[in-house]
Design a protein around this ligand. Structure first.
Ligand code: BYC
Length: 339
């Protein structure tokens, strides 16, 4: 559609799903050596499941990454939610509403995957609102115009897909399965944003300027989503050995830039990087790196909207306490009725 063809990425998701099903039917030899069995499962591209023994550090890394990912989905509802009541038409409102609801669903799949590692959702949410666990830097930037909803879809969801498609092959079964479903839905999100920008870009000069302004503000924060450069990434090496991560932060960032260049051409919008050019020798685009000093500041809680985002989440959590209590009481009554 309109030149943002995601077919190759979705084919990778389908092929990861096929491999996942096949993995379920294959056995890895188990002679009682727990570490040896774990290593053999990872080496054979099989899946580690919740019932399997796993190194404590592997479990901790997964909880950290899956929780950060779940929190990102939930906090990510805020910048876009800001525009639901101001969407320019009923159709746009309905689409955005569905998209934001999907993010809530993604958060739920991911919290459920994290819970299989022996931590409760309540603990995870408390760690988020107490600032003990992170969420993606990208959601600490404000959404200033309707075109930002387009730029988030095109760039932020686009970056999320590039990062997440390889996670469909993650060595931990519940995370890989959640990612397959999420990636299929995420491709629709990317298309809705792309289509908003495509429409604005072909609208009035003011609309086109609004689209360009949004792309100018979201480009570098989107590049920063992939994390620090490989030389400063503390977890990449170990996570790649465990096949949680399949590609490094810089490899995925490069893949994203190369994908966006062609799409920006179709959108007739400019990527705000005067040094962006094709490098025939590398077979990839050279580009300006995002400001990693800024990324570290945002990660530490000093981005433009960090406080507002956490405060909003804390309020929603506290105000929703009675709903959780009522649901738990209802479930307990039903359980008694079924005894
Ligand atoms: N923001 O060693 P590194 C989405 C932290 S959006 C905040 O490279 P790792 C969505 C990192 O946690 C995106 N923190 O770490 C889209 C680590 O800190 P700790 C959510 C960041 O884990 C639309 C430290 O920096 N996606 O889904 O190997 C709408 C060193 O980094 C960031 C995911 O979470 C950042 N940008 O690699 C709604 C995908 N970058 O824990 C929602 C899953 C780095 O040592 N996650 N840090 O204190 C991943 O793929 C990886 O965790 C990352 C980082 C590539 C993000």
């Amino acid at each position: 559609m309109y030149g943002n063809d995601f077919a190759p990425l979705l084919e990778q998701v389908d092929s990861a799903e096929r491999d996942l099903r096949q993995a379920a039917g294959q056995a890895v030899e188990n002679d009682g050596d727990l570490q040896g069995y774990f290593d053999a499962i990872v080496a054979a591209d099989q899946k580690v499941e919740p019932r399997d023994w796993m190194p404590e550090a592997y479990r901790k890394t997964l909880i950290r990454q899956i929780a950060q990912h779940a929190h990102s989905e939930i906090i990510g509802m805020q910048p876009e939610g800001n525009w639901i009541s101001r969407a320019p038409s009923l159709k746009r409102k309905a689409i955005l509403l569905a998209k934001v609801q999907d993010e809530a669903g993604h958060g739920l799949y991911l919290y459920a995957a994290a819970e299989t590692l022996g931590i409760s959702r309540q603990e995870l949410v408390e760690m988020l609102i107490e600032g003990r666990q992170k969420y993606s830097s990208i959601f600490n930037y404000p959404t200033l115009s309707w075109a930002d909803v387009g730029a988030i879809g095109w760039l932020v969801d686009g970056a999320a897909i590039v990062n997440q498609v390889p996670l469909c092959r993650c060595s931990y079964g519940p995370y890989a399965r959640a990612m397959i479903r999420i990636c299929k839905e995420e491709s629709f999100h990317q298309r809705q944003g792309y289509e908003i920008l495509y429409t604005l870009s072909r609208g009035t000069p003011e609309q086109k300027a609004m689209a360009q302004d949004a792309v100018d503000r979201w480009w570098y924060p989107s590049l920063a989503m992939f994390g620090p450069p490989d030389s400063d990434s503390t977890h990449s090496e170990q996570s790649m050995t465990w096949k949680i991560k399949r590609f490094s932060n810089d490899e995925l960032r490069q893949r994203f830039v190369d994908m966006c260049v062609q799409q920006a051409g179709v959108l007739d919008l400019r990527i705000p990087d005067p040094d962006l050019r094709w490098n025939a020798e590398r077979g990839a685009h050279d580009y300006t790196q995002p400001d990693y000093g800024e990324l570290m500041q945002v990660i530490k809680g000093n981005g433009p909207c960090n406080r507002q985002r956490i405060e909003h989440r804390r309020r929603a959590y506290e105000e929703g306490a009675w709903v959780r209590a009522a649901a738990a009481a209802h479930a307990a009554k039903k359980a008694v009725a079924h005894v």
